[in-house]
Design a binder for this molecule. Structure first.
Ligand code: C2E
Ligand code: CA
Ligand code: CA
Ligand code: CA
Length: 280
C-alpha cells in the first residue's frame, strides 16, 4: 500500500518543485525586465460623461515575456511584491506615466489627468515627504493636481500613521487621491469618513448586472449618491455595455471607464484615439 501511495505523492512533490522553480525563474526574469526597462505602459481612457470628453487616463503596466507572452499584472504585481521588486517597478511606472502625460499635455491635450496605481507596499519605503514621487512630477513640469494616486482599501485598513503621513504629503503637494476597487473590502463607507479622498473608483462587480438586476441598480445608485454628497468624484469601472452606460449617465455619474469606451491602449494608439474623440 505504501508503495502505491508513494507514486502520486512523489509526482505531487515533483510538480510542486517545478512550480517553485518556475516562480523563481519568473521573478528573475521580472527583475531583469525592470532593470532593462522592458515594462511598458498601456493607458485606458476615462470619460467625463458631462463634457463628452476623455478627462483622465489610467496607467496600467504591461510585461511581454519572450517565452510566455503577455503576462497579466494581476499575476506579476503580486510576484513583484513578494520578490521586493515593487519599488523599482513602481518607480518605472511613475516615470513613464509622467513622461507620457507631459507629452500629451504639450501636444494638444492640456487638460488630461493621469491616474497611477500604487501598491500598499510602496508606501512603506518612500520617504515621509513622498519627495521621491513629487520630484518625478516636478521633473516633467507637471501640475501635481493632474496626478491621481490610486490606492486600495487595504491601505486604509492598515492605515498606520506611516501611510497617513505620506498620503497627507502627496495631498499637500496637490496630488489627487483615489480609492480603487471600492466596495470589495470591508466597511468601505467608514473609511470615507475618516480618510478623505478626491475620487472613488467603484469596482466593476457592482456594474456587471445593471440595469437588469434591480437590487444591484439600487445599490449602485445609492453609492453614487453617497459619494457625491461627500463631495467626491465617482468613476465607474468595467462599463462593457451600452445599457450600463445609459443607466450611469441617467444617474448623473460623471466618470466612466471600460471596454465599451476603450481598452487600455499603447501610447501611439492612445494619441489616435484622443484625436478621433477630440470634440466629444
Ligand atoms: P485595476 O487597477 O482595478 O485596473 C483595472 C483593470 O480592469 C485593468 O486590468 C483593465 O484592463 C481592466 N478593465 C478595464 N475595463 C474593463 C472592462 O470593461 N471589463 C473588464 N473585465 N476589465 C476591464 P489589468 O491592466 O490587467 O490590471 C489588473 C490589475 O493589476 C489592476 O487592477 C491593478 O490592480 C494592477 N496593476 C496594473 N498596473 C499596475 C501598476 O502600474 N502598478 C500597480 N501597483 N498595480 C497595477
Ligand atoms: Ca486601478
Ligand atoms: Ca479597479
Ligand atoms: Ca485592482
Amino acid at each position: 500500500a505504501a508503495k502505491r501511495l508513494g507514486r502520486p505523492l512523489d509526482s505531487y512533490c515533483a510538480s510542486m518543485r517545478e512550480e517553485v522553480r518556475q516562480r523563481h525563474q519568473m521573478q528573475q526574469d521580472l527583475a531583469e525586465a525592470i532593470k532593462q526597462e522592458q515594462l511598458t505602459m498601456a493607458y485606458q481612457p476615462i470619460w467625463d460623461n458631462r463634457s463628452g470628453r476623455v478627462a483622465k487616463l489610467e496607467a496600467l503596466v504591461r510585461w511581454y515575456h519572450p517565452q510566455w507572452g503577455q503576462v497579466s499584472p494581476a499575476d506579476f504585481i503580486p510576484l513583484a511584491e513578494e520578490a521586493g521588486l515593487i519599488q523599482s517597478l513602481g518607480a518605472l511606472v511613475l516615470w513613464q506615466s509622467c513622461r507620457d502625460l507631459a507629452r500629451l499635455q504639450s501636444s494638444g491635450f492640456p487638460e488630461l489627468q493621469m491616474s497611477i496605481n500604487r501598491s500598499t507596499l510602496e508606501f512603506q519605503t518612500i520617504d515621509p515627504q513622498a519627495s521621491e514621487w513629487l520630484r518625478v512630477i516636478e521633473h516633467f513640469e507637471l501640475n501635481p493636481s493632474d496626478i491621481i494616486i490610486e490606492i486600495t482599501e487595504s491601505l486604509l485598513m492598515e492605515s498606520s500613521d506611516q501611510h497617513r503621513i505620506r498620503i497627507e504629503a502627496l495631498r499637500q503637494a496637490g496630488c489627487k487621491l483615489a480609492i480603487d476597487d471600492f466596495g470589495t473590502g470591508y466597511s468601505a463607507l467608514t473609511y470615507l469618513r475618516t480618510f478623505p479622498v478626491d475620487l472613488v473608483k467603484i469596482d466593476r462587480s457592482f456594474v456587471r448586472h445593471i440595469p437588469f438586476n434591480e437590487q444591484d441598480s439600487l445599490l449602485l445608485d445609492g453609492i453614487i449618491n453617497i459619494v457625491h454628497n461627500l463631495g467626491m468624484q465617482v468613476v465607474i469601472e468595467g462599463v462593457e455595455t451600452r445599457e450600463q452606460l445609459n443607466f450611469l449617465c441617467h444617474k448623473g455619474c460623471a466618470f466612466t471607464q471600460g471596454y465599451l469606451l476603450s481598452r487600455p491602449l499603447a501610447f501611439d494608439d492612445l494619441v489616435n484615439y484622443l484625436e478621433l474623440n477630440r470634440n466629444g
